[in-house]
Design a protein. Sequence first.
Length: 95
Amino acid sequence: MRDIYLKEFKPESWANMVLLYQERYDQVDPAVRAKVAKSKIPKEIQIVLLPDMGEYLLTWMDRKVPALGNETPSDYLKSEEGTKALKAAILRMPR
């Protein structure tokens, strides 16, 4: 799955998504933002996912996800290519 997502990754699409979600992220409870900020989740991924997932984001990062080939999002973050693949997968998530 990583290879498929990696081929799809477009930095400009990701940057646009981050900009789109920044305002919603800013409206998330500051205590929740602070709790998630202590994690190893990259800030851009927090900005895009936290408004919809809330604190569940912390749990989701360590759950095996079928759409990620039954790997965890945290597994994807162990390399630069994996991080790009995860961002591409996040862009595909229904909103």
